[in-house]
Write a protein that binds this ligand. Structure first.
Ligand SMILES: Cc1cc2nc3c(=O)[nH]c(=O)nc-3n(C[C@H](O)[C@H](O)[C@H](O)COP(=O)(O)O)c2cc1C
Length: 219
């Protein structure tokens, strides 16, 4: 006799639970989309700082290759963004991880132009000490900006070190380990690019351009 109100209450509770879960799922779905878009925009902004938007006409975020050079790049696989204009190679942006910073891995973006000069270096994330190693951040000092325009000839290979080690790059007062590790990572990226840079663009060729002749052949 008294069962109906209980069943009704149960039903209402179930409906609320379903509506609540649905709302949470919907909000998550909407937010995840927006977060992904924001991350993409932020990455594109960073890439365009190193490879100016007007210097390329491809979708640099999607035009990527993955390389395996753990000794030079600090991790088993490294993503590289390829900038092109009119089908010609313009610059490659490497994403090495510096393994030998003071407090853990330092993630970098290192842009190299086709003439072998650096478009620039930026720190994406690090755990270096505030006031010491964190001067590698663009907003803390201009140290990281000084890589732009450098190459394996400028300075010469043996000078790709901090001044303390006989090279051309400043260290920070009381903090040599962090800058030393970044200089080494930038040099290693240039070495990789010198030997295999052009091949990356061959490997990463836009798929439509590769497919078209094949379709014509069988066409
Ligand atoms: C608490 C603490 C934090 C430090 N953080 C850093 C750091 O983030 N980067 C760095 O290169 N050195 C850091 N150092 C200094 C290094 O231990 C090392 O002494 C220094 O890098 C060597 O450079 P120097 O020969 O110019 O003193 C730190 C030292 C201490 C005690």
């Amino acid at each position: 006799m008294n069962r109906h109100p209980v069943i009704l209450a149960g039903l209402i509770l179930t409906l609320f639970a379903i509506a609540g879960s649905g709302l949470v799922a919907f909000t998550y779905w909407q937010t995840a989309d927006r977060i992904a878009q924001n991350e993409r925009d932020a990455l594109l902004h960073q890439l365009h700082v190193l490879v100016p938007a007007e210097s390329i006409d491809n979708d640099i975020i999607s035009d990527t290759v993955t390389l395996q050079a753990p000794d030079l790049m600090g991790r088993p696989e490294t993503l590289v963004y390829l900038g092109r204009k009119g089908g010609k190679s313009v610059a490659a942006v490497f994403t090495p991880v510096v393994p030998d910073g003071y407090s853990g891995p330092i993630k970098l973006l290192v842009a190299v132009k086709m003439n072998g000069t650096l478009g620039g270096v930026r720190v994406i994330s690090h755990k270096e000490t505030p006031g010491l190693g964190d001067q590698i951040e663009e907003r803390k000092s201009d140290w990281i900006l000084r890589f732009a325009g450098k190459s394996l000839n400028n300075p010469t290979l043996s000078h790709w070190k901090v001044k303390r080690d006989g090279g051309d790059f400043d260290q920070f007062t009381g903090a040599t380990i962090t800058p030393r590790s970044i200089v080494k990572a930038a040099k290693n990226t240039l070495l990789y690019f010198r030997d295999r840079g052009q091949a990356l663009f061959e490997r990463g060729k836009a798929p439509e351009k590769e497919k078209k002749p094949a379709a014509d052949e069988h066409g």
